[in-house]
Each structure stands twice: as C-alpha cells, then as structure tokens.
Design a protein. Structure first.
Length: 282
C-alpha cells in the first residue's frame, strides 16, 4: 500500500472519530442553552444580506446558518456530523425558514470554486484538525470580493484553557493536527489566509454563561453533553486516579474563571474572536 493510500485511510479514520465525538453526548441541548447568541453575532459581523448565497461550514445545529436564513439569504449548512442536523431542522422550522443541510468535510468541501457570496463558521471550522486545509477550502468556495466570517474560542479564554487542561489526559493528537483554539488567535488566522483577503476586521468579546450554580455543575454537565470532554474521559476508562485528577483540573479551571470576574451568582465568561474579511480579487 502506498504512502498516499495510507494517509488517505488515516484521514478517513480520523474524520470518523471526529464525527462520533460530536455525535456523542447532547451537543444540540448545550448549543440551545448556551450558544445561540453567537450565531447572530457572526451573521451581523459578516454583513449577511437578503439573496446572498451563504455557506455555513461546520454548522452543527445551525446557530449561525438559521439567523442567516432569517436575513433572507440562501443558506447551505454543512457539517461532518449530520446527526446534528435534526435539531437544526426543527429550529429552522420553528423560526419559519428553510435552508439546505449537507454532510461535508470542512477540509474537502463538495462545492464549486467561488460558489458562495459569504462563507462563515461559528465555533465550527476551528475543530477541523488540519487548519491550512480548512482555510484553503473556505477561500476556494468563496467568490472574489465575497465575505469570510469566523467566530472562534480564543486560546487564552475559558474554552481554550479547557482544552489545555484536558491535554495531559488525552491521547496524543494525530500527526499534523493542530489545536482548535489557535483559530482564536488573529495572527494564526491571518497566517492561514496568507494575504488572500482584504478588509480584515477583528474583535474579541465574551459570552456570559449563567447556566451553572457552581463549578461542579459545569463539570457534570459537560461530562454528559460535550463530545470532546466525553472522548477524553472515555480514553481514561477505569483509571480512577486520572479521572479524579481531570475532574479536579476542570473544576479548578471553572472556579478560577468565575472568581476572576467576581460575579454572583456563579457566571463564566467565555472569550471568542470575531474575524471578518473579504476574499481578494483574483
């Protein structure tokens, strides 16, 4: 078997694992309870308008795709994990909008060059393991002069630090994979887009999460709802000492972020980066 065939098979297996990870737990419930406002933030920042052709990459349950459709855009919501679409379709129907839902790998999008007026991703494409491949696809399917909008958790923010806290307990990353929170670094995204965009605008904001009474509530909820955390605990298996250590690491992290802001009742601030730009003319 050739090296190229080996690499292709390894990539297929990696994507199968990613799909299974995001299908585990109950991400639709988590997104509905805590993340809905992020989609509207990205749609506004991206300047989505009626009749535009819009692609939401790694759309999940459509928290950005649905608000874009509500603006009158013609929207395709794509994701590697189609198990998430059912909740998205229900929400779209509740809001009286229609859009296309299509299974797709962010690193190999099944769309034509320049097919969309706007390409966006809300805490989605950041989890594609090969950042440059994903960035190249965002650019490829966007027309010259079209808009690219990204909303990603920052490395130094709560979710970025959550992944840092899990790293010592997780299996080694696949060869060539990069940490998801790097997409929350402006310099990293600029490097990925490498002069192929103009009119760059960035800002950092915080999502206030008030769903938990204490840090332990956060840990219990995410252990049952959030695929990346579920997968790490699954990897630890019956190793009670490591499970206890990870419980403590996540609890301490939540406590440190809540205490840093002195909020009462218990509140977490999750920092994210909004990055918008236009694809340069060919």
């Amino acid at each position: 078997m050739s090296q190229q065939t080996d690499a292709a098979e390894a990539d297929r297996e990696l994507k199968k694992k990613h799909r299974a990870m995001w299908a585990s737990g109950d991400y639709p419930a988590l997104a509905d309870e805590m993340l809905l406002e992020l989609g509207a933030v990205l749609v506004e920042a991206s300047g989505i308008r009626p009749r535009q052709r819009v692609l939401d990459v790694a759309a999940g349950t459509g928290n950005a795709a649905i608000p874009a459709a509500m603006m009158g855009a013609k929207v395709v919501a794509s994701d590697l994990t189609p198990e998430l679409f059912e909740a998205g379709r229900r929400e779209a129907a509740n809001r009286g909008v229609s859009l296309d839902w299509q299974e797709a790998d962010a690193e190999a999008l099944p769309f034509g060059d320049g097919e969309f007026d706007a390409v966006m991703s809300c805490i989605g494409v950041m989890f594609a393991p090969h950042h440059q491949a994903a960035a190249n696809e965002l650019l490829r399917v966007c027309r010259p002069g079209g808009s690219i909008g990204l909303l990603s958790w920052t490395p130094e923010g709560f979710i970025g630090q959550l992944f840092a806290a899990m790293k010592p307990f997780a299996p080694p990353p696949p060869l060539g994979a990069q940490p998801a929170p790097l997409w929350g670094s402006e310099d990293h995204v600029r490097g990925l887009l490498d002069g192929k965009v103009t009119d760059i605008h960035t800002r950092k904001q915080n999502l206030a999460v008030r769903s938990f009474h204490q840090a332990g509530d956060f840990v219990r909820y995410f252990k049952s709802h959030y695929g990346p955390i579920i997968s790490v605990y699954k990897f630890l298996g019956e190793d009670k000492d490591k499970v206890k250590a990870l419980d403590k690491a996540l609890t301490d992290l939540a406590d440190s972020f809540a205490d840093a802001h002195g909020d009462a009742p218990f509140q977490l601030e999750w920092e994210y980066l909004v990055f918008t730009a236009r694809k340069a003319a060919a």
